[in-house]
Design a protein around this ligand. Structure first.
Ligand SMILES: [Zn+2]
Length: 310
């Protein structure tokens, strides 16, 4: 199978509401970055009685754009895919303004003090999206929950852990659409970084989306995908291919994450080797769980562990 073919968003009119399908409008926040691509796409679903997905980052221009876009509408529900700082921070504000309840799988678990999630090792290079630990939904959902049911809109939670442990996609029956947050992005692969990121869960969640019959996938970042199944299957294959590379490297005697990165990421700029290390770590955690790799000293697989093939 060929590598995933990512798309681009060529023209972005920041903070302008844009009708992207009969029921869906999108406002892109002016927060482009290496994690957010051209920025966060906040979706507004329906007319009159509307639902908002991922209100977005704490950014005055985005808040003002949402106020303008939602003028004259009644917000029924605020759905959050996960609580990275580019997705959830404006949810509490919007809930307060409109009285609409927020829904998500749950708050982000707080990392243990001193863990790798709190203090990424290294020289301050930004390698992780920052987390909005303050976000707590009014309603915690589980997979399959019907969260919106009006004459116009039928929306459900599709639990897709992996990028984060609380990541949830949201389906819209009327357009056979799935809002995929950062689980499936239009422009790039997704960061899966332990300890909260989980590669086994991520691949399972990708397979889950590939097995659905959605006509359109709407990521938070990048263009929508009309070829959801084929595209998501290519994302699974891409991860499994990397996993095979990591396993082969360990079998070949590369026992540390930096050694494996140096072997597998020769085509990647050195400054990206730290995030690549997080990704290799995620694969190693999965390989240990699958019984194909073990950790010397039989401790938990960590960034600085020594690995060997079983
Ligand atoms: Zn994210």
């Amino acid at each position: 199978m060929s590598a995933p073919e990512f798309g681009t968003l060529d023209h972005v009119d920041y903070e302008k509401v844009e009708l992207v399908s009969p029921l869906i409008r999108r406002v892109i926040a002016n927060n482009p970055s290496k994690f957010t691509y051209k920025g966060t796409g906040t979706y507004i679903i329906g007319r009159g009685d509307v639902v908002v997905i991922d209100p977005g980052p704490r950014l005055d221009s985005h808040r003002d754009a949402l106020v303008a876009a939602l003028a004259g509408e009644r917000v029924q529900a605020i759905l959050v895919t996960h609580c990275h700082a580019d997705h959830s921070p404006l949810a509490a504000w919007l809930g307060g303004e409109t009285g609409a309840p927020t829904f998500s799988f749950g708050p982000h678990p707080r990392p243990e003090p001193g863990s790798a999630a709190v203090e990424p090792p290294g020289d301050g290079v930004e390698i992780e999206e920052s987390t909005d630990y303050d976000f707590v939904p009014d309603n915690a959902v589980v997979d399959g929950d019907l969260v919106v049911s009006t004459s116009q809109l039928t929306m459900r939670a599709v639990y897709t852990p992996g990028h984060t442990s609380n990541h949830t996609c949201w389906s819209l029956d009327e357009e056979s659409a799935l809002f995929t947050g950062d689980h499936v992005m239009g422009w790039s692969t997704t960061v899966v970084s332990p300890p909260d990121g989980d590669m086994s869960a991520y691949i399972d969640s990708l397979r889950r989306v590939a097995g659905r019959d959605d006509t359109m996938l709407w990521p938070t970042h990048g263009p929508p995908r009309a070829d959801g199944r084929r595209f998501v299957e290519s994302l699974v294959e891409h991860r499994l291919q990397r996993e095979r590379g990591v396993l082969a490297a360990v079998r070949d005697g590369r026992t540390s994450i930096p050694d494996i990165v140096a072997l597998l990421y020769t085509d990647v700029r050195e400054e990206l080797h730290k995030p690549a290390g997080r990704s290799v770590w995620a694969h190693l955690v999965k390989l240990v769980t699958d019984g194909q790799v073990e950790v010397e000293g039989s401790s938990n697989p960590a960034l600085d562990s020594t690995y060997r093939a079983v």
